[in-house]
Design a protein around this ligand. Sequence first.
Ligand code: C2E
Ligand code: CA
Ligand code: CA
Length: 501
Amino acid sequence: MTIASSAIGSFLLGLWGLRFGFGDGLAGMPAPAMMGIIAGLCALSAAGASMSFFAGVDESADYVFRETQLDKLTGLLARAPMVAKVAEAAAATIKTGEPVYLIDIDIDRFKHINDAIGYSQGDALVHAFADRLKGLVPDGVTMGRIGAGEFAILYPDDRLRGSMEHLVERLIEALMQPYQLASHLQSISLSVGIVAMPMDGVDPVQVLRRSNLALQHARAKGVANWAVFQADLGRVADHRQWVESELSTAFERGDFHLHYQPQHDLMTGKVVGYEALIRWQHPERGMIAPMEFIPIAEETGMILPIGAWVLEKACNDAKHLPKDCFVAVNISPVQFMTKDFVAQVRATMGKTGIEPARLELEVTETAMMQDRDRAAAVLKELSNMGISVAVDDFGTGYSNLSYLIDFSFRKLKIDKSFVSRIDRDSSSGAVVSTIVGLSRALGVSTIAEGVETEDQATLLKAAGCEVVQGYLFGRPGPLRIEDGRTLPVLDEPELRVASLH
Ligand code: C2E
Ligand code: CA
Ligand code: CA
C-alpha cells in the first residue's frame, strides 16, 4: 500500500507541476527543456514520496506487528506470539535457571456469558477485563490473550514481590470485581492455573497444556480457585475427557438417578423438605460424584437435558413424598441463564401437576450475579408463580450484598464450609449469625447445610437458624416405594469424590 501510494503520488505531483506550476508558459518551450523540467519535477516528487515511503516503513512495521502479533480487541499478544514468548522465556530460563511462571487465567463459562449477553457486550467485557489486567501487572511482564476468555501472563520470578499465592489472590480479587457494561453490571468468576518453568517443563506447547490442566483442576474445585500444576493432573485430564465423552451415552442409557436428603425444622424436629441430588451409577465404573461431572456437563451444555430431566423427575417424585414436604431442585447457572428457563419450569409443572408450593429451586449466588437484571426478572416471575427460591452456597460467592434487595427469594442456604467450622472457629460463627441477621432483615428464612455434629446443630439453633440438613439428620438416599408406600430414604454410603479409576 505504502509503495503503491508513493508511486501514484510522485506521478500525480509531476502532472500537477506541469498543469499548474508552469501553466501555458510551457507551450513555447523546446521539447528537451520541457522533458528536463518534467524529469526534474518527477525526481523531486519521487524524493518526497520515497521519504514518505521510508517513513512508512516504520509505520508499516508497527502496523504489521499490530496486525499479526497483537489481539485486536485487547492490544495484548495474540496466541501464536504468546507461545513464541513462552519459548523465549523457556530458553532463557534454561540458561539462567531463574524461574518464570506461566499464569493461565480463564473466565468461567465465557461462551455462555457471550451467548447470553450478545457478542458486542461480550467484546466489551473482554476489553474491560484486559484493561484491568494491564493495570495490575508491572512492566516487563508479558501478557497475551490465548483464547476467547482466556489470558496468559509470563511472570519472571524476579518481578515477584511477595509470594505467588499473594499475587494470584490479588489478581483474582481485582479481576472479579463486576464490570460495568453498556446495558448492565456483569459479574464473572475465574479459574487460574500456574506452571513454573523450568521445573514443570520447557517445551512451550507442553507448558501451556500443563497450565491449562492446572486451570481445569482449579475449576473443578469451584468458584475463584487457582491451582499449581502437579504431575498427576494428566490422569485427571484423561478422566475428564472420558467423562465428557461418556455423558450423553450415560444419559440415554438411564444411568442417572436422584437421591433425596431430608431437611429438618429445628423447632419442630419435623422433616419439611427433601433436596434432590443427582447420582451417576455407571455400569462399569460405579458411582460417580456430581462434582466430577456437573462442571463438565455445564461446559459442554449436557447440563441442559440433564437438568430438565432432574426437574421433571423430582416433580414427579414429589407425589411419593409426604404431602407437607417440598422437593428442592438444584439449578445450574447455565440452566438459569437460558432464555426459556421460566417457560421450562412452567411446562414441567403443568406436565407433572406439582403444586407450586411444593417446589423449591436452589440457585447459587454466582448464577444470579451473571446478569443481575435478568436474574431479578426471572426470580420475580418464579415468585409470582408461587415457587420458592433458595440462594444456594450462600456466602461463598460475592461479598456484594446490595443485590439481595432487588431479588425475590425465600431462603438463604448457608454453605457447609461455614457450618463445618462453626464449632471450631469463631469467625465462622460470626458469619452464620450475620447471615441469620441479614435474612431476618430481608424477611426470608435460613437453612444450614452440611450439619454433621450435635455441637454444630446446637450452635446453629442458638444463632437463630431454622432449618438444617446434613449427615447428622440423614444422608442422601434413594426413594423407596413399596406397595405404593414411601419408605424412608436409605442412607447412601459416602460418595467418593475425584475417583480417578
Ligand atoms: P450442594 O447443592 O451444595 O449439595 C450439598 C452437597 O453436600 C451434596 O453433595 C450432599 O450430598 C453433601 N452433603 C449433605 N450433607 C452433608 C454433610 O453433612 N456433610 C458433608 N460433608 N456433605 C454433605 P453431592 O450430592 O455430592 O452434590 C455436590 C454438588 O453437586 C451439589 O452441591 C450441587 O452443587 C451439585 N448437584 C447435585 N445434584 C445436582 C443436580 O441435580 N443439578 C445440578 N445442577 N447440580 C447438582
Ligand atoms: Ca444445593
Ligand atoms: Ca453447598
